[in-house]
Write a protein of this length. Structure first.
Length: 122
């Protein structure tokens, strides 16, 4: 077969590959002013977004499992970012929410990338 991911054109990152990315979400539950940490727990049923390359919006979206784990499969070689939303502990964001982004690169087939654990504020 022809490797369409070779140098030059090609479709860039996206589905159809054999690689994957996994990660985990931990939630730190604070009071409204972020001065008291009430609890820390696994980030179950959280929205996780995957963006291919320079796309302005997300390309895939999953919910984290009961232990806060998530996975995106069938990735081809290229650059990606995975992100989650968190309450803004600096209390600066007008929406009260910020995104936490982690970038990674798939460089070979059958690669499994484990991104650092996300800590989100609740």
């Amino acid at each position: 077969g022809v490797d369409r991911q070779s140098r030059g054109g090609g479709p860039g990152p996206g589905p159809g590959g054999t690689s994957s990315v996994t990660g985990k979400i931990i939630v730190e539950d604070y009071n409204q002013t972020f001065t008291t940490l009430w609890a820390t727990y696994d980030g179950a049923d959280r929205d996780v977004y995957l963006r291919y390359g320079d796309n302005p919006t997300y390309s895939e979206h999953v919910k984290s499992g009961p232990e806060g784990d998530f996975e995106f499969n069938y990735l081809t070689k290229g650059n990606y970012s995975v992100y989650v939303y968190s309450k803004d502990s600096s209390l600066q964001a007008p929406s009260g929410q910020i995104s936490i982004i982690q970038e990674f690169e798939i460089t070979e087939n059958k690669q499994v990338v484990v991104v650092p654990t996300f800590t989100v504020f609740e």
